[in-house]
Ligand binder design. Sequence first.
Ligand code: GDP
Ligand code: K
Ligand code: MG
Length: 269
Amino acid sequence: MNKSLALVGNPNAGKTSLFNILTGTRQYVGNWPGVTVEKKEGLIKKLPEYVLVDLPGIYSLSAQSLEEQLAVTYLLKESPHTLINIVDASNLERNLYLSVQLLEMGLPSVICLNMMDIAKDRGLQIDIPALAKILGAVVVPMVARKANGHDKLIDLLREGVQNATLTVPYPTEVEAAIRDLDTLLASSPWNFRTSRRWLALMWLEGNETVEEILRHQLPAELIQQMEAVRAAYPAAIEHRIRNARYDFIEKIICEVTQQSQNPAGRTWS
Ligand code: GDP
Ligand code: K
Ligand code: MG
């Protein structure tokens, strides 16, 4: 297993700010294989056994953009030891879509809830223990560019982070397709570190990057059986999966956030 820590998040969530503060001058800049997108890796002084990788900014794992394709390939093929998902607390709803997809992978994951200064200025209150409970992952509040929250993150990484266990509820017929694929994948000779549920979801959503990797790794007969499962379900299954995730996120936002009408430090005239 690759002893790497992958820094994943939306563009402008604060990944590079956190990366720079954690690694200082111990950075190496190269390119992602085959493309001219910059790949930054670095070492954390207090965690010498790991390499920290700054992944390209992405909004989802849907593998539509080059950045998403690079990130999905890295996550599946390199299988980082732990995911550090940096979330912009001031754009929680949008950022959580990626978080949910990442947590569904089932790898050890920490959520850094960044931009807490902006959220606070805007009067947004986030119940962090409640968020952590719903997501089934540790949540570290952070102001990345002021190195606020970094020590807590390092302590957590040193102690070792649990596998993510988030299970988003999907409509009954989607769950049935997931179960069929899960059974097929369980018989596969390839040893996955990601959850089979996540692979099943990516397969049903028609994620081309995941599909290509599975086609290389799995016997042709198994792929045919997986194709038959997908073909048996309605064409719009990817929309139903996406909508279920959005519903789930809407519920989270409703439960864990509160918007004060008169943010501290501001007066309305
Ligand atoms: P990346 O695209 O995820 O790598 O994000 P960057 O690290 O480049 O950050 C995007 C912008 O947000 C930069 O201008 C940072 O200085 C700023 N930034 C990062 N973290 C914070 C934070 O916690 N609070 C505030 N107010 N700004 C931040
Ligand atoms: K940026
Ligand atoms: Mg960056």
